[in-house]
Design a protein around this ligand. Structure first.
Ligand code: BMA
Length: 373
């Protein structure tokens, strides 16, 4: 075991490792007042990691497909590109539930929801943490998440037919959350990160396509419906794309809706743009840490990556620098697509960025699965 020792994780507890400053170290309460005991315990665990300035490594779709030694693989039990390279699984597993709202059997990335369910339960049983994104279709016209129709959010809020269609899809998602049971029959707690990157304008819920009030009302409608359905095993993550600090909270649904302050920010352009990326990301994540401290929340680096890892030292010279400076509770890199050449964010065996990645995972402040068990 590397670095993380959790002194006491107890439901509804004030957690303090060291006991010097009980108040500053108090574990926050979930935004959902009826959160299950396991959900409250998960928040306390995240808070303890965050408070100790440690950062879990996370990877999207880690155990369902990848690139092996450069060749796509899919569906091999227990396989993980991260584990193949670094000897351990990530501490945090990201999953994508887009198209579940259509009643389909497979996600938009062609993974069976039954498999995602069992991977979440397995990751939880191994001591890992799960986070869920949702690239849902546009309920107004059935186009993808990337549809740029103005007024979709307004239609969900005011047009009864569209609202019913949206909520029916949300019900299917709720059924999925309620099907995540551990070996004791308790619900597995997960982080839920809907309507992400809304500060940009590439999804139908993006800032050019709805007003501030409409965006926050969509969150309220969604969270209230989820709670009304008796789903109390979620921690809610807010994750704008790159923004200025002044604009970060512009579309924030409220401290009563959100547990975790995230940032999605990708590095584009490799070496030439590295310093600029590092500086701007540190600025935002440092601000999120301060705000999280004030609000009784936690800050995370909810999505990042350099597509295709064209900079061999990216994990040490870019990511490690950012997270060491700002200590988000986790950093998640995006998926290693088996069927889209060049669309990968974690190294595979033999990739020139593998040595730096191993060095990154061995850094004293970076937590892999075995470090958080
Ligand atoms: C995007 C890309 C897409 C994928 C989507 C949802 O960023 O990786 O290929 O469908 O995420 O996982």
């Amino acid at each position: 075991m590397k670095k993380f020792t959790l002194c006491a994780i107890v439901a509804l507890a004030l957690v303090s490792c060291g006991g010097s400053d009980q108040k500053a170290n108090s574990a926050p309460q979930p935004a959902d007042n009826n959160a299950t005991p396991r959900t409250t315990t998960l928040l306390a665990k995240l808070h303890s990691i965050w408070n100790d300035n440690l950062t879990m490594f996370g990877h999207q779709d880690d155990t369902v497909y990848g690139l092996g030694e450069g060749e796509g693989w899919r569906g091999d039990t227990n396989r993980s590109d991260v584990k193949s390279v670094a000897g351990d699984y990530p501490a945090l597993f990201g999953w994508e539930l887009g198209h579940i709202e259509l009643g389909r059997t497979h996600s938009l990335d062609s993974v069976a929801f039954d498999q995602i369910r069992s991977e979440i339960i397995t990751a939880d049983a191994r001591g890992g943490i799960n986070t869920i994104s949702w690239h849902l279709r546009n309920p107004l016209n059935d186009s993808s998440s990337w549809d740029k129709t103005h007024g979709t959010v307004a239609a969900i809020l005011t047009d009864k037919t569209i609202q019913t269609k949206y909520l029916n899809g949300l019900d299917i998602l709720c059924d999925f959350f309620l099907s995540l049971t551990d070996k004791n029959g308790e619900l597995v707690p997960v982080l839920f990160r809907p309507f992400h990157e809304h500060s940009g304008s590439w999804f139908w819920w993006g800032s050019d396509f709805c007003t501030i009030d409409e965006y926050t009302a969509l969150w309220r409608l969604t969270v209230n419906h989820i709670k009304a359905r008796g789903v109390n095993n979620l921690l809610y993550v807010y994750s704008p794309d790159k923004t200025t600090n002044d604009e970060y909270f512009e579309r924030y649904p409220g401290d009563d809706m959100i547990d975790i302050l995230g940032l999605d920010s990708y590095h584009r352009g490799a070496e030439a743009t590295a310093e600029e990326f590092i500086t701007s990301t540190i600025k935002t994540l440092a601000y999120l840490r301060e705000e999280a401290q004030k609000r009784g929340k936690i800050s995370v680096f909810s999505e990042t990556g350099l597509e295709g890892l064209a900079m061999d030292s990216w994990f040490t010279d870019v990511t490690l620098r950012i997270v060491t400076e700002t200590s988000p509770a986790y950093v998640l890199v995006w998926r290693n697509a088996d069927n889209q050449p060049g669309h990968f964010y974690a190294p595979y065996v033999g990739h020139p960025s593998a040595p730096a990645f191993i060095e990154f995972t061995n850094a004293p402040n970076i937590l892999m699965l075995n470090d958080i068990k």
